[in-house]
Design a protein around this ligand. Structure first.
Ligand SMILES: [Zn+2]
Length: 1021
């Protein structure tokens, strides 16, 4: 409670001159002169299951002769049982409000993937609504203090004249259904209610509302609810698709900005120069303001923000406690580490991120709800806990949502000048970052071998609102001295690293030598054309958090880690990023980039053969499919042509019109070189393979992150389910590659079995009752899985020359069900990898899967499968485990390294035991070859392409505990099976648009599906 006292004191002694007193007190409840809507008010009371599940703010509705209540659209009050409006109904109501009162204005803020509209509704006094543009112009100056020369006195004037914007977003999570009706009613109250409490809010803060963030998912959820109402007594289908691509993870996109909803909310927040982004969720009884949560907090936020979280969170608890509403709390286990949540758009753009979890029933049924003991226990931070058991209604949920938001708006309005001043201060401190916390800038070198990946990353940062500059001349800065690596932890490096190549193989765990002299800072010169992301700009924090390294201590007191722990975009994007602390970088000659960063491309020279270097830039796969009928060969070895070096896998293109190629090269950022003489190098053809993306009906989220990127890069595929594969034979005649992206954790038998077959069929189909369930895939019954038929079809597909691509849990499926002789997965005992970036090492340079790659790629993993390799069917793991290096000698004569010697005879020759590395199979012994029934023929053995690095350099970013269990194990395996192949990824190469550096491992496998054995060296026996 100490925190609470000190914060209250802060609020009372604001050091700002000329401000109103912050402790305004209101007479709660309605204005006696304003009539109430009797009928509506009666219904509110009827649908609220206990009087204490409501507050004096929401237990009545003021009447208006001119402004319609939500009943005009809903036919009943907000939160009424059985009523869940579609997005178009919510929008219709908001536009009715706009028409009826000058206090409401509706803005269209963009479209979803499926073309549905997103809106933002501004509510404030007519005076404020009439002057939104002038107010925004002032806020824009506070948002970028460079425009007022960082002049605090000028800022004070702007603060005094401005009104802050509090942005509320609803139902990003589609099964959390309460927010739209709560926000409809909230908008009405803010526009109509003449009580002192609401009037004060209306006049001192502009409330901005996006009632539905995930619009595609909302409409599907309403479909499902309607199906449920039309089928009483039946089980209903779960919401297997929310948005077009991902489900719950739509709230993990604030870094990668892959989804329309994220970009639309970001543009609204940044465009309006809003101060708060408050996202409404439902899961926890009855109201958990989780932004206060628990540590560790994100390490890149301004500490001012952490204080604002505390102030607002504890004020919420305090006010709602006084209303007698049980179950309101703000401390909890949620850590605020990852910046991927939608609300974090505010945290990283000098605003305030907030999030409520209220209690919803996933629909509008009123139900008896029983809680778990830990949910209703009284704790120090929850003195009035939720009830162990209660009848719960959507109206209750709406009461909590509205009351919480109204108390927050009241507190914010009361302290509006302090929060505006903080907004300015946070922006100013972001600009001062080079001189305070650092760094001065991040530099992206003009000689990065992957200009496409570089442009992609810079483009994302531009979408985040960051300014990018380009050096007009070479410049030199001092880079910090390299510290010697301490044992057990990883370090900086990636594609640009000199450090990561130094240690290999046998040095694992070996003690590092102490350097003789303290290392000194080293000068580094960046060529002209290098990009500079200066930190002296208002949105420096988002760039810093995305580009820096993350470190989560294995002994951190936070044990229920909420999400990923590492995301370093340069590493996972395979882009060279230099963190420069030397302030001299800011004096380098540079100009700001106008418009999106683009990789240079086009066609040079003349001739009928075109060469394009393979650098693993994603545009290469787009190009292949764009010219599907062109003839593309790839080189199996590096070569030179016209004085230029070309990597393995480089394209040699014929039968494409040069104008078309030049245009495509310019658009895609690829450089093609025309020649008349094709290089003399071993090649094979790459066609445009026919791809199927296979999903289960158990969950489609993780594969959605693959689909969204295949679509963006214009890689065509058929979208099929495990049921399609169960029902259709001869897959090989239709497809060359089947991608089975991860998504089913736990027992892989679930993929075969599907959902339990008890109860009734669960349809996912577009019908008159459920018009929004299309646009992805359909089935009459979601329950059946792949089945044994489907498994046989899938194996036949591979045996006949197809390629099956699997990752993480689907790799486990392939191993478990016999697709991959010689590969095993051993259970990890204490290994802990919680969404981290890990270092990989190349094992087999010649594999087509690695075309275009340099060593030391960072890959993303989350408690990944630990692969073992064997040359024997059913044989255990590979090298080292239990091998000669780890075996203890028996008791006997001599030292630990000596052989024992039986007495009374000559010492016998001890045959050398075969040695193998962890990622290798142990070579066969003579004994095993005597009758080699279980021996896998060399050509059919798994080929390890990429492995995890040694333990002392395994961690790149995030959390890694007991990494020795994973270190050096195979990470990517190409397993031949019949005429085809199964490629196994231990890592997840497509994750939340954070792993763009790994994409081409998959695209290489696809493009070379019929030549994966290229460059393979077989064992002699
Ligand atoms: Zn949620």
């Amino acid at each position: 409670m100490k925190i609470f006292v000190s914060l209250a004191a802060v609020a009372l002694v604001l050091p700002l001159a000329g401000q109103q007193v912050a402790n305004v007190s209101f007479k709660l409840g309605r204005d006696a002169a304003q009539p109430i809507d009797e009928e509506y008010t009666k219904k509110i009371r009827e649908y609220t299951t206990e009087p204490f599940f409501n507050s004096p703010l929401t237990d009545y509705l003021p009447a208006s002769k001119t402004v319609p209540t939500p009943k005009a659209v809903l036919g009943d009050v907000s939160g009424a049982p059985g009523i869940l409006p579609y997005s178009h109904e919510v929008y219709r109501y908001m536009r009715m409000l706009e028409k009826a009162t000058p206090r409401v204005k509706v803005f269209s803020i963009g479209k979803t993937e499926e073309g549905r509209e997103m809106i933002a509704v501004a509510v404030a006094s007519e005076k404020l609504i009439a002057s939104l543009d002038e107010n925004r112009a002032r806020l824009a100056k506070l948002a970028d203090p460079r425009t007022i020369k960082m002049d605090d006195a000028e800022a004070d004037k702007l603060v005094a004249a401005s009104t802050p914007i509090y942005y509320i977003t609803g139902t990003i999570h589609s099964p959390e259904t309460g927010a739209p009706t709560a926000l409809m009613e909230l908008a009405y109250r803010l526009a109509v209610d003449d009580s002192a409490y609401i009037k004060f809010i209306r006049e001192n803060v502009i409330t901005l509302i996006t009632p539905i963030v995930e619009v595609d998912g909302r409409d599907r959820m309403v479909d499902i609810y309607k199906w449920h109402l039309a089928n009483p007594g039946k089980q209903w289908p779960s919401l297997v698709y929310w948005g077009h691509y991902v489900a719950h993870d739509n709230n993990r996109d604030a870094m990668g900005l892959t989804l329309q909803l994220t970009r639309n909310v970001l543009n609204t927040f940044v465009g309006w120069k809003a101060q708060v982004l408050h996202d409404l969720h439902e899961s926890v009884p009855y109201l958990y303001d989780n932004t206060v949560g628990d540590g560790p907090y994100n390490a890149w936020i301004d500490p001012i923000l952490a204080d604002e979280w505390q102030m607002m969170g504890w004020n919420n608890v305090s006010e709602m406690t006084k209303f007698g509403m049980p179950g309101v709390f703000t401390h909890g286990t949620f850590d605020t580490w990852s910046p991927s949540y939608l609300m974090f758009i505010a945290a990283m753009h000098n605003g305030i991120s907030r999030l409520y979890e209220t209690f919803g029933n996933g629909g509008a049924d009123t139900e008896e709800r029983e809680l778990r003991p830990n949910e209703y226990a009284r704790t120090w931070y929850r003195q009035n806990p939720p009830l162990p058991k209660a009848k719960w209604s959507q109206r209750n949920n709406n009461n909590y949502e509205e009351t919480g938001v109204l108390t927050a708006l009241s507190f914010f309005a009361t302290n509006n000048k302090m929060f505006l001043r903080n907004f300015y201060l946070k922006a100013k401190r972001s600009i001062e970052k080079p001189n305070t916390a650092g760094p001065a800038a991040y530099v992206f070198s003009a000689d990065d071998p992957r200009p496409g990946a570089q442009a992609e990353l810079l483009g994302m940062l531009q979408k985040q609102g960051c300014e990018i500059s380009k050096a007009t001349a070479a410049f030199t800065v001092l880079m910090p001295a390299k510290k010697p690596r301490t044992g057990g932890r990883g370090g900086r490096g990636g594609a640009s690293s000199e450090t990561a190549t130094a240690t290999d193989g046998a040095t694992d765990g070996a003690a590092e030598k102490k350097p003789e002299e303290k290392p000194k800072p080293q000068p580094k010169t960046f060529p002209a054309g290098s990009y500079v992301l200066r930190m002296d700009q208002p949105y420096s924090r988002i760039a810093d958090t995305l580009l820096d390294y993350q470190y989560w201590a294995t002994n951190d007191p936070q044990k229920s880690i909420y999400d990923d722990t590492g995301w370093t975009f340069g590493e996972l994007g395979n882009v060279q990023v230099a963190r420069v602390t030397d302030l001299k970088v800011l004096e380098a000659p540079m100009t700001m980039v106008d418009g999106p960063v683009k990789a240079p491309g086009g066609l040079e020279g003349t001739g009928s053969v075109y060469l394009i270097n393979h650098n693993a830039d994603d545009a290469l796969v787009t190009l292949r499919y764009r010219f599907a009928s062109g003839s593309f060969d790839v080189a199996e070895e590096p070569f030179e042509s016209g004085g230029r070096k070309f990597n393995r896998g480089s394209y040699i293109i014929r039968n494409v019109a040069s104008d078309d190629l030049a245009k495509a090269g310019t658009e895609l950022g690829l450089r093609a070189y025309a020649t008349d003489t094709a290089p003399t190098v071993k090649t094979h053809a790459v066609h445009a393979p026919r791809i199927a993306m296979m999903h289960t009906w158990l969950g489609t989220q993780a594969e959605g992150w693959w689909r969204v990127e295949f679509d963006r890069l214009k890689v065509p595929y058929s979208y099929i389910s495990t049921q399609t594969v169960a029902n259709e034979g001869d897959l090989r005649s239709k497809y060359d590659v089947i991608v089975f992206a991860p998504g089913v954790r736990g027992n892989p038998l679930a993929i075969i079995n599907g959902l339990p077959m008890f109860g009734n069929p669960l349809p996912w189909k577009k019908t008159e009752l459920t018009p929004n369930l299309g646009n992805t895939d359909e089935t009459g019954d979601m329950r059946p899985g792949l089945g044994w038929n489907g498994l046989e079809h899938l194996q036949e597909f591979v045996r006949k020359g197809g390629l099956l691509i699997t990752a993480s849990d689907t790799a486990n499926f392939a191993v478990t069900f016999g697709f991959t002789p010689g590969v095993s997965i051993s259970p990890a005992a204490r290994l802990k990898v919680t969404g981290s970036a890990l270092r990989s090492k190349i094992v087999d340079h010649a594999s087509p899967i690695l075309y275009g790659y340099n060593d030391n790629l960072a890959i993303f993993a989350s408690n990944p499968p630990v692969f073992g390799i064997s040359n024997m069917m059913g044989g255990g793991g590979g090298g080292r485990r239990g091998g000669p290096e780890e075996r203890e000698r028996p008791t006997g004569r001599g030292t630990a390294d000596d052989p024992d010697v039986p007495q009374g005879r000559s010492p016998a020759d001890i045959p050398e035991e075969p040695h193998a590395e962890v990622w290798e199979a142990t070579p066969l012994t003579g004994e095993q070859m005597r009758n080699p029934v279980g021996v896998i023929p060399p050509a059919e053995r798994p080929r390890v392409v990429l492995r995890y690095a040694n333990n002392n350099e395994l961690l790149v970013s995030g959390l890694l505990d007991q990494g020795g269990e994973l270190a050096q194990h195979a990470a990517v395996i190409d397993a031949p099976y019949g005429q085809g192949h199964v490629v196994l990824f231990s890592n997840n190469p497509f994750w939340r648009a954070e792993t763009k550096g790994s994409y081409f491992l998959v695209f290489n496998a696809i493009l070379n599906f019929d030549n994966l054995n290229a460059g393979r060296k077989l064992a002699a026996k």
